[in-house]
Unconditional design. Structure first.
Length: 95
């Protein structure tokens, strides 16, 4: 009689444990997504250090950080920053 009692308890416990494991979300896998080592905040700091005081837009696009904003004189500035080195690839000021 005790063995049938163990089965009655063990079977529902095993089912509940299995359902709990089955309902856990699978670990996320990103395939082909590049995460730049330079963060958006770091790219923003680089832009500010190079005279951009009002940043209008910052985005990671086409393998580089692109920053758009204005300098102290109110001129529009566009900057492209290398994501690994932080080097300014392109800097354009519109007069």
């Amino acid at each position: 009689m005790r063995s049938s009692m163990r089965i009655r308890i063990a079977l529902p416990a095993a089912l509940i444990a299995g359902m709990a494991l089955w309902s856990l979300p699978a670990s996320a896998q990103t395939v082909g997504v590049f995460v730049p080592p330079l963060s958006a905040a770091q790219a923003q700091d680089i832009a500010v250090a190079n005279g951009v005081i009002a940043i209008r837009k910052i985005e990671f696009y086409d393998g580089a950080w692109k920053v758009e904003g204005r300098d102290r004189e109110g001129r529009r500035v566009e900057m492209k920053i290398h994501p690994a080195t932080g080097e300014i690839i392109r800097l354009e000021r519109y007069y």
